[in-house]
Design a protein around this ligand. Structure first.
Ligand code: ADP
Ligand code: MG
Length: 315
């Protein structure tokens, strides 16, 4: 039986539509990466993501935070390209209750002020199931965008921040309707994810690939290594994570931290970037061509099924 999952469906039915027109229309990258890239004086990146009640955010999430989570989640793809945010547009489906829209717009305002970007348009329809579709754009200097497929043999593999905070935060939101939980660190990481723009914009000068962790660390690392034709040895002990008693922090997405690869000669620069920004950047291992991906934990090899992580369509 064929495998019907998100990646399979995109690959088979959507990814190559019109790909022969890409370069003629000034695209450097089309579908398949964190965002598409247009050629310009500066290059322009574009990405869109949908957010559904009950799938991407719990029913109990206040409208302000539905907005902040949804828009920041989209801009995370712009950060993963090493780009600077330019604009966003928002298509909202909801019951058109004015209080909901008022609170939702407060969230949009917060992100707009934080990233200093305008809301350039959108759409509004009435439905019973809420959904938010956010288009975002960003710019990079000519040819300095970070794609998923650029990793080379014997390069260092890095991860920003810590894994598991957003997962814990989401659990806390689902368990507890008390308003005060929105001040807690884990919950904040879910409703107001950090985009690591300072780091991604700096490394765009020299890193060879980058992705944001949205489907799970293992699944997203493989989205760099497989298109780059690289294997790797990954020391999982080096990853700061919340729950040391399970492997869930490695396979659950939503943290929106960045995984990136760079030549070893840049290690000092990266350490300095981490010191200056106060953001942890962990060295996890190295890429190896003609080899598989080997995960080590407490000196033992851990086997993860391929594409372990969030995948729409997979049970
Ligand atoms: P991310 O998690 O970074 O938002 P996705 O997993 O949603 O990325 O998508 C992976 C890639 O597949 C992206 O480049 C996206 O543009 C592309 N893609 C997803 N759905 C479609 C579609 N319906 N048509 C064309 N490309 C698609
Ligand atoms: Mg992404």
């Amino acid at each position: 039986m064929s495998q019907i999952d998100e990646f399979f469906l995109i690959e088979k039915y959507f990814k190559n539509i019109g790909s022969k027109f890409l370069s003629k229309k000034n695209f450097i990258l089309g579908s398949g990466d964190d965002s598409a890239v247009f050629k310009s004086t500066n290059n322009l990146c574009y990405s869109v993501d949908q957010n559904y009640e009950g799938i991407h955010f719990p029913k109990s999430l206040p409208p302000e935070f539905i907005a902040t989570r949804s828009v920041l989640r989209s801009f995370s793809d712009i950060s993963a390209m090493g780009a600077r945010p330019l604009w966003f547009s928002v298509a909202l489906a909801c019951d058109l209750d004015e209080k909901f829209i008022n609170d939702f717009s407060r969230g949009l305002n917060k992100v707009s002020n934080l990233l200093r970007v305008p809301l350039i348009g959108g759409d509004l329809i009435k439905t019973s199931q809420k959904s938010v579709t956010v288009s975002v754009s960003g710019e990079t200097k000519k040819n300095s965008h970070l794609s998923r497929s650029g990793a080379k043999h014997n390069q260092n593999i890095y991860l920003t921040g810590e894994l598991g905070l957003a997962r814990k935060g989401l659990e806390e939101i689902k368990e507890n309707c008390n308003k005060n939980i929105y001040r807690k660190k884990n919950v904040k990481r879910f409703i107001f994810p950090k985009l690591r723009l300072e780091i991604s914009n700096s490394i765009s000068q020299f890193a060879s690939s980058c992705i944001d962790v949205s489907d799970g660390f293992i699944a997203d690392l493989e989205k760099i290594l497989i298109p780059s034709n690289q294997g790797a040895v990954i020391n999982l002990d080096k990853i700061p994570r919340i729950d040391k008693s399970s492997l869930e922090d490695f396979t659950f997405g939503d943290d929106l931290e960045l995984i990136f690869t760079a030549d070893k000669k840049y290690h000092k620069k990266i350490t300095k970037l981490s010191d200056n920004s106060g953001i942890n950047i962990s060295l996890l291992g190295q890429t190896k061509k003609n080899s598989r991906i080997k995960y080590l934990l407490n000196n033992d090899e851990v086997l993860f099924p391929r594409k372990k992580g969030w995948n729409h369509g997979k049970k």
